[in-house]
Structures are given as structure tokens and as C-alpha cells.
Design a protein around this ligand. Structure first.
Ligand code: ADP
Length: 940
């Protein structure tokens, strides 16, 4: 019999349940509705009877039975379900009835009510069906009782009707619910069916089968668990196919033998090893097939296998189908069944033919190695003997080298000592040479002031120049030695870059102008002026470059251009370029001229003189200032030397050192200069200060411009006239002007002079031109002079510097006594000469000790102290004087050190000993007087 499916069972159950519920529901409805309808029918009967009793009260009283019967008939017609009405009097005699002649008299007895009851109901079964007889007393029974018969026919009909409808609804509901149940049952059973199919597939051995049910309900969870179970099963179950695959994948040959050594199973590797197919092997006796007629295992092996259960690594030789013998390494193991009795033997065999071959080869190699080893040992022994010999040699060499090293060390120490001695020697020599030079140059200076023949003047000039050249050479040599010894210490002091540039140009302008060269200087507008560094060394570099430019230029001009480039770490790079129109440098010499003692062309240079040290020193100095130097040059056209240094700007420059140009707004100026560069620089300066400028390159153009301006009603307020114009010089132009129209001279006229022979000055005064400026023009001097001439107001005039236009004679004051400590007689003489005709009187001391003694007894305004003296040097003497001052509570007097050494260290030593100032030798007259005046106050 076919099993009933879950779906059918489920459907049958649901439908049966629904039917049972439907029947129960119908019965319940019938009962409730029947009771209710009966109640309603009875109550309606009671109310009809009561109403009839009330209405029929009067006819009762009047005993008008006909009326009562008429009333009863009316009721019978109007009321549904009313079957009959009859009324009886007190004696239970029918007074009115609706039955007509055939009144059922048994009705009189079935429903007799007592007078205390409101009504009585009795069901009667009649031919027409169930009728309820309802008796209601009239006037509490005093008049009689009214009976109504209410038919239950309508109740039956209603119940039948309701039952019919209820049954239909329930049937529909059963059908609907069945359909829904079918749907759910299908959904449920589909998953179950999938599960059943899956289980069946897995049961058939397909362990890779998985059930695809996506829901998360119980069936879904069941499927998931099922899949998990199958997965685990797959992992742990080894199928025959799997086993076969495993065996055939193995690289080792595998054979399974029965206990009597009959081949039962072989793998692919075993077949390939022996050259047989599987079917040729299975069922054969292993010993016979593989080893001829021998047993597969000998006695000893059989015993071992029985005892241990396995044998590992025995060497066997199998015979292949083609007769070839193959050595194998076999491992055997017993295979037992569930009861523990021997089921078979598993044998895994590995082909070791190549191993055997290698073994044979190794054996051969080993023998060869043995031989080689033998010969190597012999060679090593020979080499060891050789090494031992060379080791001996090396040891000797090391000893030699150590000795040489020590000698070298000693030599180095000696060299260092010599170097120190050289430095000291150089310093001393510098002093020793400078001292007589001081005398030579000083004397030459003094001689110049005396009357001499032109010839003597010339000789003296040569003497003076040679002295200066020698001095320069010594200075250069000393500098170079210092730099090379790493002893050149640069100062870091606040300085005014413009001051350095102006003074350098001023000094060199004389030389340039002597050669008829124009020297111009332009400082770019935004160049910071207040810097920190070594102004003297910077001046030395500039002097060397401009000096060279003058030296190597026969005609034309030399220009200095200075500008700044901002660089990092709070430093500013100052770049300068010195350009000339001189002989130029051959390209192959460009790189070497910065080497010491190197000159572009020694034959030519001999003509110009020089030591070849200047550029080398400049390069080293600039490099020490984090800078560099380079040159661009063209033979015959000139050279431009570029230099750069990195300097720190001053944090807060002194306010009165700031230069603020006076405004020249509204001032109309004419600049007359035959040099285009100089013209442009002057014009740039004046325009920057607000002036309206015009330029003229010669006298004629200047005259024309002056005329035109005057005619236009806008004459020039300022005229800057170069004195050395060509063809007509500046003074001549002025004279022309005066002749043509003197009123043209009404503006402010300033002469720009390269040099000023006294004759020219006289001519200028005659023309009424009282102001002249030396070229190259200095920004500050120009601004201040113009402001003074034009009376431009200024906020805070900086202290007026001595310019080329002013030279006042100091008033004579009281004599001032100065103690001079100097061992060289010549120098003392020079000092005496220098201070002749001044208010300074010198008292001399030949060494420090005498100076101290003189200081004790005399009274001096200051001391000039030479540092290098016999018996007691300047440092000791200064210390002694300061000591005396402290002991005697004297006001310290100024002590000015005179030193040939100019290193920072030397100067610091002087200051530490108690000196206030220092002047380096050779001392120049003007410098000496200036220092003394500044120190003592008053004038010379
Ligand atoms: P010195 O000028 O004393 O010989 P420097 O070191 O200053 O030594 O200059 C080295 C050489 O470089 C000079 O001899 C010259 O040949 C060449 N030189 C320097 N400046 C100029 C220049 N402005 N024009 C042409 N040659 C120059």
C-alpha cells in the first residue's frame, strides 16, 4: 500500500477539523436561535393575550360574547403565528373562541392557571405542529381567562433558513481554508521533499551533494544542519574512488598482498615501476613475479613483520616485465581486520636506481677527493711554510713602519714647532720691518712738507710709493700666512656698509683720477646698510678689486655696483661688482688668477707691478665670510669681478646713524657730466629724492638746456656741473655762461670734481661757485650739501662730516702733554715731527719701565704705548700704569696702543691690559692727530 503523504494527512486533518467545527457551530446556532425565537414567540403570545384581555374586559363585563368573538377574529387576522384565541369565564365556560363549531374542549383543561400567576404557557402538539397555549387572566381572573395559541411553525422555518445559510458559509470557509492549507502544505512539503531528495542522494554516497534551502525557518535550519553534517561526513569519509585516486596519485609504488603474498591491490606507480598492467599483477604471487621463484619475504623479515607489525627501509630488487632489475627501498606494514587477525601486507616501494647510481658516483668522487685531499695537504704545508716566512718579513716591515711613523710624528712636531716659530718670526719680522718702514714713510711724509727741487720731489715720491708698496706686500704676506695657518679671525662688529664703500671709493678715487679714469659707485636702493661683520676685511677686498681695476685700466672707467639679495637664516647676501674697461684677462688664466702668487701674464704684469697675492687673499677672505668671488672678462675690453658675502643685518641700528634723504620735490635740476654712467647714477639719486632732472653730456648742450629752461619760464634751481668736461671743461662753461648771461648763474651751482687743483678752486671762487663735491659722489654728502645749499628743511640733521668743501683751522688751546713709550729712536723722531706745530707736547720713554717711572712722577693727558719694547713691553707697562692709578686712586688716563700686529687676539690683549684704543703701525700723521684730538678733546 502506498504510504499516505504528509500533505494529504495534513489536508485531511484540516478539512475534518473544519467540518466538525462547522457542525458544532450549526448545532450551537440552532439551539441558541431556537430558544430565543421560542422566547420571543411566547412573549408575543403573552402580550397579544394581555392586550386582548384588556380590550375584551368591557365585553366581558357586559357579557357581550359576540363582541369578544369579533375582537378575537380581528386579532387572528392581524397577528402572525396566532393560531387561535378563546376566552373562558370564571366557570371555565367558553365565552368566545375562533375555532368555530369544532372547539377542542381538551384545551380547557391543559392550561389552567391560578389567579396569582400573571400567565401560563403550555406547549401543545397538534396536527398543525407545535403550538404554545398562553393563558392570561382577565381582571385578575375575576372575569375569566383568555387563551392564545401561538404556532411554532415560523420558528422552524427561521431555524431551517439560518441552518441553510450557516452551512453554506461553513462550506465556503472549509474550501478556502483547505486551499490555504494546500498552499502551506505544498511549501512545507517542497522543502521536506528537497531534504528527502538530498538525504537520498547523500545516502547513495554522493557526499558532495548540498541542499539549497534559503529560508531561516526550522526547515532551513534543518537543511543547514544537514549540509554541515554532509560536509563533516565528506571530510571524514573515505570513498573507494577517493582511495583509488589517493593511491594512484602517490609517487611511491604501493602493493597490497594477502597473507599468503598474493597481490591484491596495486597503484599506478607500482605498475609503472614494473611495466605490468594492474590486471597482470593482481592475483599473482608476489615472490614469483617479482623475484623469480623466491618468497616475497625471507624468514627473518617475516618474523620481524609478525613481531613489530612493520619493517622499514629494506632494500629489494624487483624484476621488471622486460627483465630489467630495479633496486627499491621497501617499507612493509601488517594490515589487520576488525578482529585483529592478519588481513594483508601493505608494501610501499621507492625506486632507488638513481640513488644507487649517485652512490656509485659518490664513491668514485670520494676516492678522487681522497686523492686531492692528499695533494692539498701537501700544498698547504708548502704554503704554510711560505706564509710563515713572509710573516716574518711583514713583522720586520711593521717594525720599520712604526719607526718611520714615529719619525714622521717627530718630524710633524718639529714642523709644527717650526710653523709656530715661523708665525712668531713673521709677526716679529712684520714688526721689525714695519718699524723702520714707519720711519721711512713718516720721514717721506714730513719731507714732502719741506721745500724741495722738483727732482727731489720726484725721488721722494718714489721713496714714499716704494715704502707703501713694501708695506702692502708685508701686509699681504702676513695675511696669507695667517689665513693658511687658520689663524685669521674675522671680526663681527656692527658697521655701516655705505661708510665702508664711500671711504674705499674716496681713497681710490685719487688714484683713478690721477690716471684720468672715471670711478663711479652705485648702491642699489634697497640695500641694507647696517650690518654686522668685519668692515676692515671687506674694505681690503674692495680696495684690492678696485685697485686692480685702476691698475689694469689705461683709459675709460671703473664702476662699483653694490646690491643685496635676501638669503635664509636671517642673513643677507651683499653682492658687488667691480667693472673696468682695462686690458682684460685671457680665458685660460681666468681660473688661476685666484691662486696665490698667480698673475695672468707675468711679462705684462711686471709692467703693472704686484705680488699676485691680492686676489688669493680676497678669495680666502670672502670664503671665510660665507661668500665667493668670480670674474668675467674679455681681452682688451675689460673685466668685471663679482664678489658676494653673507652678513647679518644689525638688529637695531643706532637711530642717528640712519640716513634719511631730504625731499627735493619741486626742485628742477640739470646734471652735466660727460660720463653716461656717472650721469645716470646722479640722476637716479636726485629723482629718488623727488627732483625733476635733465642731463647734458657736454658744455654746449648744458648751455642750450639752461637757455631753453629760462625761456620756458622754468629755470633750473640746481646745476650739478662736472669740472673735467671735454672739449670745454666745466669751469669754462661757467665762464661762458657768465659772459653770455650772468642771470643764468642764479640757480645753485655745484661743481663735481675728480681732482681739485688749487688754480681751479680759485677760478671757481671767482665765479662765485663755493660748493664742489669730490667724485664719485657719496649719497649722504650729496643729499646734505644740496639740502644746505637749497635750504631744504630737515628733521634731525646728522652730525656734519668733514666734507671736501669745509676745512676749518682749529683754535689754539693749552698745551697737552703726551707720554710716548717707543724703543725705536727713528719712530720717536717721527712722532716728534708729526706733532710739531700742534698743541701736543711729547715726553719720550725708551722702554716700558722708563714709561712707568715717568708716569709716576709726571702728569700726562695720555700715553702712546708701543707694544714691542725691550726690558718691559707695552702690555706690562700698561698693566703697571693701571695698577698705579688704582693704588693712587687716580682718574685713568687714555692709553693708545701702537702695534704692528693687527690680529683680533693682539688687539684683545691690548684692551685686556688696559689700553683704550689702538693704532696700527706704520702710523700716518693725519690718523695720529685725529686719534689724539678725539681722545684729548679740542683741536690739534
Ligand atoms: P696682483 O695684482 O698684485 O698681481 P692679484 O692677486 O690682485 O695680484 O691679481 C692677480 C692677477 O690677476 C694680476 O696679476 C692680473 O694679471 C690679474 N688681474 C687682476 N685684476 C685684473 C683686472 N681688473 N684686469 C686685468 N687683470 C687683472
Amino acid at each position: 500500500m502506498k504510504p499516505v503523504s504528509i500533505r494529504s494527512k495534513f489536508l485531511l486533518g484540516v478539512i475534518s477539523l473544519l467540518m466538525l467545527l462547522g457542525i458544532l457551530f450549526i448545532v450551537l446556532i440552532q439551539t441558541i436561535v431556537h430558544d430565543r425565537l421560542v422566547k420571543e414567540l411566547q412573549l408575543r403570545g403573552v402580550s397579544i393575550a394581555r392586550h386582548f384581555a384588556e380590550v375584551a374586559t368591557n365585553p366581558f363585563l357586559t357579557e357581550s360574547t359576540i363582541l369578544v368573538e369579533m375582537l378575537a377574529d380581528d386579532y387572528l387576522e392581524t397577528e402572525d403565528d396566532l393560531t387561535y384565541i378563546f376566552a373562558v369565564n370564571q366557570k371555565n365556560e367558553v365565552v368566545a373562541q375562533t375555532f368555530g363549531k369544532t372547539f377542542p374542549t381538551d384545551l380547557l383543561t391543559v392550561n389552567r392557571i391560578s389567579s396569582d400567576k400573571p400567565y401560563g404557557i403550555v406547549p401543545l402538539k397538534t396536527e398543525k405542529g407545535l403550538v404554545y397555549d398562553i393563558a392570561v387572566p382577565v381582571m385578575k381572573g375575576e372575569l375569566g381567562v383568555v387563551h392564545c395559541g401561538m404556532s411554532a411553525d415560523s420558528i422552524k422555518k427561521s431555524i431551517d433558513n439560518i441552518t441553510g445559510w450557516t452551512t453554506r458559509i461553513i462550506v465556503c470557509a472549509i474550501i478556502l481554508v483547505s486551499l490555504i492549507a494546500v498552499f502551506f502544505a505544498r511549501a512545507l512539503t517542497r522543502s521536506l521533499q528537497t531534504l528527502a531528495v538530498g538525504a537520498e542522494t547523500v545516502g547513495r554516497g554522493n557526499l558532495s551533494h548540498r541542499i539549497q534551502i534559503s529560508g531561516r525557518d526550522e526547515v532551513g535550519q534543518l537543511a543547514e544542519s544537514f549540509n554541515l553534517m554532509t560536509e563533516n561526513l565528506q571530510r571524514t569519509t573515505v570513498s573507494k574512488e577517493y582511495m583509488d585516486r589517493l593511491l594512484n596519485t602517490m609517487h611511491d609504488a604501493l602493493v597490497v598482498l594477502s597473507p599468503d603474498h598474493t597481490i591484491q591491490t596495486v597503484n599506478r606507480a607500482f605498475c609503472e615501476l614494473l611495466g605490468y598492467s594492474g590486471s597482470e599483477l593482481i592475483g599473482k604471487r608476489a615472490g614469483a613475479l617479482l623475484f623469480g621463484h623466491k618468497e616475497f619475504l625471507d624468514q627473518e623479515q617475516t618474523t620481524r613483520l609478525a613481531q613489530d607489525g612493520f619493517i622499514e627501509g629494506i632494500e629489494q630488487t624487483y624484476c621488471r616485465k622486460d627483465g630489467q632489475e630495479i633496486p627499491v627501498l621497501a617499507s612493509l606494514a601488517k594490515m589487520l581486520d576488525e578482529t585483529g587477525s592478519l588481513q594483508g601486507i601493505i608494501c610501499a616501494a621507492q625506486d632507488i636506481s638513481s640513488l644507487k647510481q649517485t652512490e656509485r658516483e659518490l664513491q668514485l668522487k670520494s676516492e678522487e677527493l681522497e686523492e686531492l685531499n692528499q695533494s692539498l695537504e701537501e700544498t698547504v704545508q708548502i704554503r704554510t711554510r711560505q706564509l710563515a716566512r713572509s710573516n716574518e718579513g711583514l713583522k720586520k716591515e711593521i717594525v720599520e713602519r712604526k719607526r718611520a711613523e714615529q719619525e714622521l710624528l717627530h718630524a710633524k712636531e718639529l714642523a709644527e714647532v717650526a710653523n709656530r716659530a715661523k708665525s712668531v718670526f713673521l709677526a716679529n719680522m712684520s714688526h721689525e720691518i714695519r718699524t723702520p718702514l714707519n720711519a721711512v714713510i713718516g720721514m717721506a711724509d714730513m719731507l714732502r712738507e719741506s721745500d724741495m727741487t722738483p727732482e727731489q720731489q720726484e725721488y721722494l715720491g718714489i721713496l714714499h710709493r716704494s715704502g707703501l708698496t713694501l708695506l702692502e706686500l708685508i701686509r699681504d704676506l702676513l695675511d696669507l700666512t695667517k689665513i693658511e695657518a687658520g689663524r685669521m679671525e674675522l671680526e663681527t662688529i656692527p658697521f655701516d656698509l655705505e661708510e665702508v664703500i664711500d671711504r674705499t671709493c674716496e681713497m681710490l678715487a685719487v688714484r683713478a683720477h690721477e690716471k684720468g679714469l672715471e670711478l663711479t659707485c652705485r648702491i642699489a636702493p634697497d640695500t641694507p646698510m647696517f650690518l654686522q661683520g668685519d668692515p676692515n676685511r671687506l674694505r681690503q677686498v674692495l680696495t684690492n678689486l678696485i685697485g686692480n681695476a685702476i691698475k689694469f685700466t689705461a683709459m675709460g672707467e671703473i664702476s662699483l655696483e653694490v646690491k643685496a639679495c635676501a638669503v635664509e637664516q636671517g642673513k643677507v647676501e651683499i653682492q658687488f661688482a667691480v667693472a673696468d674697461t682695462g686690458i682684460g684677462i685671457p680665458p685660460d688664466k681666468i681660473d688661476t688668477i685666484f691662486d696665490k702668487f698667480s698673475q695672468a701674464d707675468s711679462s705684462i704684469t711686471r709692467k703693472y707691478g704686484g705680488s699676485g697675492l691680492g686676489l688669493a687673499i680676497s678669495k680666502l677672505l670672502l670664503e671665510q665670510m660665507e661668500g665667493r668671488i668670480w670674474v668675467e672678462s674679455q681681452i682688451g675690453r675689460g673685466s668685471t669681478f663679482y664678489g658676494a658675502v653673507r652678513l647679518e643685518p644689525q638688529v637695531a641700528p643706532l637711530p642717528d646713524s640712519e640716513f634719511t634723504a631730504r625731499s627735493l620735490t619741486g626742485v628742477k635740476a640739470l646734471i652735466v657730466d660727460d660720463n653716461a654712467n656717472a650721469r645716470a647714477i646722479t640722476r637716479e639719486l636726485l629723482s629718488r629724492w623727488g627732483a625733476t632732472t635733465d642731463t647734458a653730456a657736454d658744455g654746449d648742450s648744458a648751455l642750450a638746456a639752461l637757455h631753453t629752461a629760462r625761456e620756458a619760464g622754468e629755470p633750473y634751481r640746481l646745476l650739478l656741473m662736472e669740472s673735467r668736461l671735454a672739449p670745454m671743461d666745466g669751469i669754462k662753461v661757467m665762464e661762458q655762461l657768465r659772459l653770455q648771461d650772468a642771470s643764468l648763474l642764479n640757480g645753485t651751482i655745484m661743481m663735481l670734481c675728480a681732482d681739485h687743483p688749487s688754480s681751479d678752486i680759485k677760478r671757481l671762487y671767482e665765479l662765485g661757485i663755493t660748493t664742489h663735491l669730490m667724485k664719485p659722489l657719496k649719497r649722504r654728502e650729496l643729499s646734505q650739501t644740496i639740502a644746505k645749499m637749497l635750504q631744504v628743511p630737515q628733521n634731525a640733521p646728522p652730525p656734519a662730516k668733514q666734507t671736501a668743501t669745509t676745512m676749518t683751522q682749529p683754535p689754539l688751546q693749552d698745551m697737552v702733554r703726551i707720554l710716548l713709550a717707543e724703543d725705536a729712536e727713528d719712530n720717536r723722531h717721527i712722532f716728534r715731527l708729526f706733532l710739531k706745530n700742534t698743541r701736543f707736547e711729547i715726553d719720550e720713554a725708551e722702554n716700558g719701565a722708563i714709561a712707568v717711572e715717568k708716569f709716576k712722577s709726571g702728569s700726562y693727558a695720555m700715553v702712546l704705548m708701543d707694544m714691542q719694547m725691550p726690558i718691559m713691553d707695552g702690555l706690562s707697562a700698561t698693566r703697571a700704569i693701571r695698577q698705579l692709578e688704582r693704588e693712587r686712586a687716580l682718574t685713568p688716563i687714555p692709553i693708545i696702543a701702537l702695534t704692528a700686529f693687527t690680529s683680533t687676539e693682539d688687539i684683545q690683549n691690548c684692551m685686556a691690559a688696559g689700553c683704550n684704543l689702538h693704532i696700527s703701525k706704520p702710523v700716518r700723521k693725519d690718523k695720529l692727530i685725529e686719534t689724539i684730538v678725539n681722545t684729548a678733546g679740542g683741536a690739534a
